[in-house]
Ligand binder design. Sequence first.
Ligand code: THU
Length: 132
Amino acid sequence: MTYTAEELLEAARSVAENAYAPYSRFRVGAVAVGEDGNLYQGVNVENAAYPSGVCAEASAISAAATAGVRKIEAVAVACIDATREDQTYPCGQCRQRLNEFRVSTVIVPGRDGGPRVHSFDELLPFGFRLGD
Ligand code: THU
């Protein structure tokens, strides 16, 4: 991978500025590194009909898939505006979405503000996925 964990976390924080979160005021950014080495960005996009909103990870996955990516090497997720910025872990549904694209590494902010790097298996052991 051509990006460091610090760079990916910073990119996630930066794109979170563009989140559309007028309801929760919890702005989340995600960046995914595709198998092509490119960076795909996403933010949470909320909706007045609450369940119609999408998570930042889902947005980033959609951007990557649209570009033809079928394997995501790493994803970094960060939020702003929250009282606690540490431990912005992907929700359960996003873990399943990430599993579909065989994500290897997940990066979230640690308590010191720096990156905390996890293997995807730590977040979703025994995940359900069809065979390649
Ligand atoms: N959210 C994300 O974007 N990613 C997650 O993994 C957790 C939650 C968003 C959804 C909603 O817009 C806001 O955060 C509050 O739940």
